[in-house]
Design a protein around this ligand. Structure first.
Ligand code: AP5
Length: 221
């Protein structure tokens, strides 16, 4: 094992069920700290939109709410970091979500002399998760997010695009599959890390601002 590297970037995992707010909080933290947000869901959606070989393979898996194979996704993440090196920190959003992915990440980090510095779990009641996902909308052009509970404009307030749509996997059947997979395949990742670092649980069914403050309290600048 390589000795710990003192100038190493920080690696923080944002963990939680679909709709827990991982993407929302990772975006805020990345802006605040000048870190890089690594969302495996966003990377895969981009690959699907561009119909790359990865996107073609992932498309039906994602539509069914299942997981893309572990070796593929671990390689996607580590290759992305290799091509964006020397950052202050990386916010891992949606990865690792199996024990095999956590092991793959750990092996790669150890080779580099890096480590996972913190793991933050966003805890949200299941009905609230479903409401958040069913109401989520995004601009088809610039990706700006909206929610039906707070109102969806006729045209995007950022770019003027009129197509503001729901994600394909935000329907009740796929949401239920995603939640089941989270409980069966993703929550064991918490046991994997329990002996390695302090896992911080944040009650995340409060407002976006309150969750942001709670994260800042366990992850000081
Ligand atoms: P991914 O995109 O990662 O989806 P997910 O984990 O299901 O998470 P979401 O993006 O749906 O939710 P989130 O927690 O980011 O919540 P958000 O901030 O958006 O993955 C999609 C698919 O890709 C997977 O199903 C799988 O097929 C594949 N995949 C991805 N990673 C993979 C991996 N590592 N291995 C294998 N396959 C992988 O918030 C949701 C909504 O709630 C938004 O509208 C937001 O505005 C709102 N909201 C957030 N916080 C609050 C709050 N505090 N109060 C009120 N509203 C809030």
């Amino acid at each position: 094992m390589t000795a710990a590297n003192t100038s190493a970037p920080q690696f923080v995992i944002l963990f939680g069920a679909p709709g827990a707010g991982k993407g929302t909080q990772a975006t805020l933290l990345a802006e605040q700290r000048g870190w890089v947000q690594l969302s495996t869901g966003d990377m895969l959606r981009k690959a699907v939109a561009e119909q790359t070989p990865l996107g073609k393979q992932a498309e039906s898996i994602m539509a069914a709410g299942q997981l893309v194979p572990d070796d593929i996704i671990t390689n996607v993440v580590t290759a992305h970091i290799e091509t964006n090196p020397l950052q202050l920190g990386y916010l891992l959003d949606g990865f690792p979500r199996t024990v095999e992915q956590a092991q793959g990440l750990q092996e790669w980090l150890e080779k580099k002399g890096y480590k996972v510095n913190a793991l933050i779990v966003l805890d949200v009641d299941e009905q609230k998760l479903i409401d958040r996902l069913l109401g989520r909308r995004a601009c088809a052009n610039c990706g700006k997010g909206y929610h039906t509970s707070t109102g969806v404009p006729k045209a995007c307030t950022q770019c003027g695009e009129e197509q503001i749509t729901a994600r394909k996997d935000d329907n009740i059947t796929t949401i239920q599959e995603r939640l089941q997979i989270y409980h069966k395949q993703t929550t064991p990742v918490l046991d994997y890390y329990a002996s390695r670092l302090a896992v911080a649980h944040i009650p995340a069914d409060t407002t976006i601002e309150e969750v942001k403050d709670a994260i800042a309290a366990v992850l000081p600048l």
